[in-house]
Structure formats: C-alpha cells, structure tokens
Design a protein around this ligand. Sequence first.
Ligand SMILES: NC(=O)c1ccc[n+]([C@@H]2O[C@H](COP(=O)([O-])OP(=O)(O)OC[C@H]3O[C@@H](n4cnc5c(N)ncnc54)[C@H](O)[C@@H]3O)[C@@H](O)[C@H]2O)c1
Length: 310
Amino acid sequence: MNRILVTGGAGFLGSHLCERLLSSGADVLCLDNFYTGSKANIAHLLEQPRFELLRHDVTFPLYVEVDRIFNLACPASPVHYQRDPVQTTKTSVHGAINMLGLAKRTRAAIFQASTSEVYGDPEIHPQPESYWGRVNPVGSRACYDEGKRCAETLFFDYHRQHHLPIKVVRIFNTYGPKMHPNDGRVVSNFIVQAIEGKDLTIFGDGQQTRSFCYVDDLIDGFMKMMDSPEDLIGPINLGNPAEFTMLELAEKVISLVGSRSKLCFKALPEDDPKQRRPDITLAGKLLQWQPRVSLEDGLKETIKYFRGIL
Ligand SMILES: NC(=O)c1ccc[n+]([C@@H]2O[C@H](COP(=O)([O-])OP(=O)(O)OC[C@H]3O[C@@H](n4cnc5c(N)ncnc54)[C@H](O)[C@@H]3O)[C@@H](O)[C@H]2O)c1
C-alpha cells in the first residue's frame, strides 16, 4: 500500500503532502504539469530515493502502478483558474476521469481535493456537507466551481458503479509557506504587500469574512481521511471555522510584519462570496480531526517564508 501518486504534487498543498508522505515511509510519485506549481517547491525532495517526479498533464491518460492516488491537480486561485477557464474545467473533469480510470485499473484508493467553492455563494452559515450549494453556472468562477462539482459527481458514480474506494474532502481556504506569491489569494496578497511596504488591497468594505486553515493542519486531515475505513467516502469539510473579516486579517498581517502599509479599497469581484466558514462537525466526529494552529502562529510561519523568497 505504499506507492502513492500525488497529482498537482509540485503545487502549494501537493508539495507539503509529498513531504508528509515521504516522512511516513511511502514511495511518492509526484505528477505535475507546472501550470501553477514549481520545481522549487519540491527541489529538496528530488534526492530522496523514494521520490519520483513526472511531468504530465492529468487531462491525458496515465499508465502507472500505484496503490493510492491523491488527486490535487487543478489551479486553485481565481487569478490562475480564470486565465484559461476551458483548461480549468478540463483539468477538473478530464483529470478526474483519467485518474478514476487509473484507480479502477489498479484498484487504488483515490482521494479528491474538492473545495468549499462547491457551495458557491451560500445561503446558510456555516456550510455543512449536506448543503447543495448556490453556484452561478455561467459566471466567471464557474469553470472552477462547476468543474469541481462535476468531479465530485464522477467520484461518486465511479464508487456506485465500479465500487471504487473513494475519499472526497472539501477544502476551505488554506494558507502557509509555498503559497504562490502572485496568485491573488488574500493571505499571500496581504503578506507580500505588507513586506514590500505597499498598501493592502481590500475588496468591498472589508467586512466579508473568511476562515483560514494552516497547511499542516489540513495535511493532517488528508492523512486521516486516506487512512480512514473504506466506507468513509465523504464528502467531508476540512477547514478552520475561526472566522475573520478581511479588515481584521489585514490589521493582523500589518502588525506581525511590522509594516507601515495602509489599506486601499477596491470594488468586489463578480460572484465573490460574502461569508465562508466550514462546519467541521463531521470531520471531528468521523476523523477525530480539528485544526490546531492559531491564525497568528500560522501567519508568522508564512511571513517567514515570504521574507525568504522576496
Ligand atoms: N489552497 C486552498 O486553499 C484550496 C482550497 C480548496 C481546494 N483546493 C484544492 O486543492 C488542490 C491543490 O491546491 P493548491 O492550493 O495547492 O493549488 P496550486 O495551484 O498551488 O497547485 C495545483 C497544482 O496542480 C498542477 N496542475 C494544474 N493543472 C494541471 C494539469 N492539468 N495536470 C497536472 N498538473 C496540473 C499545478 O501546476 C500545481 O502544481 C487543488 O485541486 C485545489 O482546487 C485548495
């Protein structure tokens, strides 16, 4: 059970996952087309004999022998997934079909990195897994949201039709070292702007809220989900329910960086959710998982990383 494929393994979450899997004794095959990922994220792993890197695009079929698959390949930030929306949908949908096909042939357990975006702009807070979501199917975020929704459908149909062991998690905003510095996500944006002494960009009035999960906590959740009994298939929310307004986050970042940056306000982008917070009751009950790292501690680690690369 030790040959593990990580698609999107050179990305932010994928590279942390590869590290964790290697330290648990697994053989890791990291697959990436480097659309948003980078070799720098995994350069330190290349010398390890149990680590292999494969340049490949998940929209094409893949023939390898593996025991477990973590399917993470997909650009995750709006800036990146909206740059080539057709490719984004293909990556989610064709990528899921190809990786599920591989799992079917090898009888590998397969994990899907789904997203809180499947809930769209929700009418209920916090969002439990039973909520079906409110997504605009023709908006500019739909390539990602609907692509991920379709991928979930495929996972559940492969499970029902072909009895594949699947594991689906819905990830809420996660941050930490190795995030892309220019991907427009709020934590990296604020930190980079604060370090460079630029004004922090707030969209709207800054009262919209988000919850932020530190990457180490999230990867703990991935490992627990993959190791859970076969009948636990999800979907399961993983995220940190502590909620902060964008104004609170901006002030925290400015104070931790020790910056003199001010705030600058811009119009809200289309379909930007007003509030987003996970209900993680199920993950607590079924996986005995809950996030442990405080926003302040997680931000300190992330700021240290960005100071190093900027
Ligand atoms: N980071 C978050 O807060 C978050 C939240 C919800 C869901 N997710 C999901 O988790 C996964 C990883 O996200 P991330 O934050 O690490 O993003 P990321 O952009 O850093 O990583 C995605 C990786 O997938 C690769 N990739 C993209 N298209 C590909 C393709 N067609 N073939 C092969 N590789 C491809 C990229 O090069 C990159 O290395 C994604 O599926 C994302 O939707 C992340």
